[in-house]
Design a protein around this ligand. Structure first.
Ligand code: ZN
Length: 180
């Protein structure tokens, strides 16, 4: 049976109070806007506006444009898009695939979850893994307006440019192994 420790409300009150204390600096409105989710903090891994990061910078330019537009519109809705993974080197993709082979026991099974470097759209800079969940949900509702589509039914976070902006997304493949 679950029971909530009696100290929890006190702990929560302490956290909230400490949080408020960080945004009261005079002359600085940014922390307050940050806490409201209106501005993506800089130098955060996966910040779609931070082109210093290779995972963002090496994306296909049309995909990067679509991501930039979607990020701004999501922010206006109070949702922060984070790129958990964008461009990947062949070596990185190979490591991910090798790991998946160990996890799932065969190359055939692993390909349902992780593509080989030859097949991966991440290696060519043509794919985005978006988080957190509410951001992926936002993109599933609005992505087609930017040409961004979920392409694998078992990967709600994985997006590619797969239609013209405002068009209809193609039917999803069951998983990444269907791409070969
Ligand atoms: Zn992906």
């Amino acid at each position: 049976m679950l029971s909530i420790p009696r100290t929890l409300p006190l702990l929560l009150a302490a956290v909230v109070t400490a949080g408020c204390g960080t945004v009261t600096q005079q002359g600085s409105s940014d922390p307050a806007r940050l806490s409201a989710g209106l501005v993506a903090p800089k130098n955060v891994p996966g910040d779609p506006t931070d082109h210093q990061q290779a995972t963002i910078r090496k994306l296909d330019s049309a995909l990067l444009d679509a991501l930039t537009a979607a990020t701004a519109d999501a922010r206006a809705d109070g949702v922060t898009l984070v790129v958990n993974s964008g461009w990947r080197s062949r070596a990185h993709q190979q490591r991910l695939f090798d790991e998946a082979v160990r996890t799932y026991g065969s190359e055939e099974e692993a390909r349902r979850y992780v593509s080989t470097p030859e097949a991966s759209a991440h290696v060519t800079g043509d794919a985005l893994d978006i988080g957190p969940t509410e951001a992926a949900e936002w993109l599933s509702r609005h992505g087609a307006a930017y040409g961004l589509c979920q392409v694998f039914a078992n990967e709600v976070w994985h997006y590619e440019l797969a239609t013209t902006p405002g068009g209809a997304c193609p039917a999803m493949l069951p998983d990444s192994s269907y791409r070969g």
